[in-house]
Design a protein around this ligand. Structure first.
Ligand SMILES: [Zn+2]
Length: 76
């Protein structure tokens, strides 16, 4: 196996997970630091963070539906 000097460094994957970055809890809409969130769900391409276990469980619930802030109220 050839030794390549110009290999992409491993730390590039870490740069995308800035612990100070603000993330939004999709369940309650609360903003929190990535670093502070101890409840998260990993999907193929993204990680979703929650303020607490309750929001995480609601998100994972089969009855969970993302809130549509543009259309409050009843459906037509
Ligand atoms: Zn929450």
């Amino acid at each position: 196996m050839a030794h390549l000097v110009n290999v992409t460094p491993v730390h590039v994957s870490i740069e995308t997970t800035d612990p100070e970055e603000l993330v939004t809890d999709p369940v309650c809409g609360k903003e929190l630091r990535r670093h502070d969130s101890k409840n998260m769900v990993f999907r193929e391409t993204e990680t979703t963070y929650f303020c607490g276990k309750e929001c995480q469980q609601e998100f994972l619930s089969p009855t969970y539906k993302p809130r549509d802030h543009h259309k409050p109220g009843k459906a037509a």
